[in-house]
Design a protein around this ligand. Structure first.
Ligand code: ARG
Length: 460
């Protein structure tokens, strides 16, 4: 018979058992579920809601089940529906009558909220660890390439020269924000819902602060209705995962473009690229493409859950069981993507020579040439027009600005002097962009230092 079978005259249809049971996936929460039950049982005993002997028996029984779960020795039953009832059933099989007191003053509704909050605290920490490793890898590359000039782009058109170090530190900013976002996810999840019951608390004299303390939560939920119907913290995790995947995906897109024959800015290590079954010459950036592709899947997880939640009246509705598979999928996808991306990035070879050559072309020093005239007294708008005409002239001749002679330059403006050739060299263009947050090598070194300090002091 079902744990809730009292008011039923018939068995559940096999179709329903198969359809509504969540044990196939929520068994992932088994360890945490048992930890939550151990705290609940301990508190029930301390409060005198159950006898000390029963509490001890429960705690012992639960620990033995938890060991067996960890050792992979437990077979869960589909007809026991979910992880919560499976554990209670196994406990009662092991310790008898006392097991039937475990659910005193508790509902699966506050229990599942507890389990998923504990799980999210765990996986937010885990994500931060992998994001940290990626940030560290970025710093290693940035340090090596503070002076490596590359073209910066807008609209995918060469725009102004920057350095590879600066470019890497841009991603550092994104992933360090992701770490902070995950920390906020952790903080939102760090509230204990136990004691909210099915929806309206309980008449038993529970000590909610005791279970909060036993389970290491920072505070308790303040409204029993909200506590069992809230899944914001699940949305928060999947949103934070989505943003991090978006950052990974943009990075992957660049790696894919940079590894083309047309760019040749980067070469993937053989161990992180794949070949073609028909074209012998191919070396494809599949890993980067797959991360880009999987980003859509994590967005799907987020949209799925938001859509599931949008029409739900208070409080718990079974629809909410649908939160788990998208959460698990988002977590698995995020962690695997971070792991493989960091490994791919750390093993690839950046072609600083090709980057520098590319920066030389494409008039990336045109703004600097205009700035040069401004420093000689021209208004910026006039200087913009002069350099525009100069670029047009060069395009027709297939030349760069500094390929022209001083005489040719002076036919566009008499303000040009010999020093233009130094002032508009790639090196000068980068070094002179000496504002905080700019690409000048000493500024990038400053950001690297700040980044290292951030990583050092980031704690959860
Ligand atoms: N398996 C359920 C879920 O994940 C647990 C809560 C069930 N509560 C209930 N009243 N049916 O949402």
């Amino acid at each position: 018979m079902k744990l809730w079978g009292g008011r039923f005259e018939k068995q559940t249809s096999g179709l329903v058992d198969d359809f509504h049971s969540s044990i196939t996936f929520d068994q992932r929460l088994a360890h945490l579920d048992i930890t939550g039950s151990i705290a609940h049982a301990t508190m029930l005993g301390e409060q005198g809601v159950i006898s000390k002997e029963d509490a001890d028996a429960m705690v012992e029984g639960l620990k033995s089940i938890r060991d067996d779960v960890d050792a992979g020795k437990i077979q869960f039953a589909l007809d026991a529906e979910d992880i919560h009832m499976n554990v209670e059933k196994i406990l009662t099989e092991r310790i008898g009558e006392a097991g039937k007191r475990l659910h005193t003053g508790r509902s699966r509704n506050d229990q599942v909220a507890l389990d998923s909050r504990m799980y999210i605290k765990q996986i937010a920490k885990e994500a931060i660890q992998f994001q940290r490793e990626l940030c560290e890898a970025l710093i290693v590359i940035a340090k090596r390439h503070c002076e490596s000039i590359m073209p910066g782009y807008t609209h995918m058109q060469r725009a102004q020269p920057v350095t590879l170090g600066h470019h890497m530190m841009a991603y550092f900013q994104m992933f360090s924000r992701d770490m902070q976002r995950m920390k906020e996810v952790y903080q939102h999840a760090d509230v204990c819902p136990l004691g909210s019951g099915a929806l309206a608390g309980t008449t038993h004299p529970l000590n909610r602060y005791r279970t909060q303390e036993l389970l290491g939560f920072s505070s308790i939920t303040l409204n029993s209705l909200d506590a069992v119907s809230d899944r914001d913290y699940v949305c928060d995790y999947i949103y934070a995962a989505s943003v991090c995947m978006m950052h990974l995906s943009r990075f992957c897109e660049e790696m894919i473009i940079w590894s083309t024959h047309e760019f040749k800015f980067v070469e993937m290590d053989d161990s992180f690229a794949t070949g073609s079954s028909i074209m012998p010459q191919k070396k494809n950036p599949d890993v980067a493409e797959l991360i880009r592709g999987k980003t859509g899947r994590v967005y799907g997880d987020l949209m799925g859950l938001l859509t599931t939640m949008k029409g739900l009246p208070l409080t718990y509705n079974k629809d909410m069981q649908e939160d788990k598979e998208c959460l698990f999928d988002a977590r698995d996808t995020l962690i695997k993507s971070l792991m493989v991306f960091t490994a791919m990035l750390s093993t690839c070879t950046f072609r600083a020579d090709n980057m520098a050559r590319s920066a030389e072309g494409g008039f990336t020093n045109a703004t600097d040439a205009a700035d040069y005239l401004v420093k000689k007294g021209m208004t910026f708008r006039d200087a913009h027009a002069v350099i525009g005409r100069l670029v047009l002239y060069c395009v027709k001749d297939n030349k760069g600005l500094l390929d022209l002679s001083l005489e040719e330059l002076q036919s566009f403006s008499e303000l040009f002097e010999e020093d233009i050739f130094v002032a508009c060299s790639m090196r000068a263009c980068v070094t002179l962009r000496d504002v905080p947050g700019g690409p000048a090598p000493n500024r990038v070194r400053e950001t690297i230092e700040a980044g290292e300090k951030f990583l050092e002091s980031f704690a959860l």
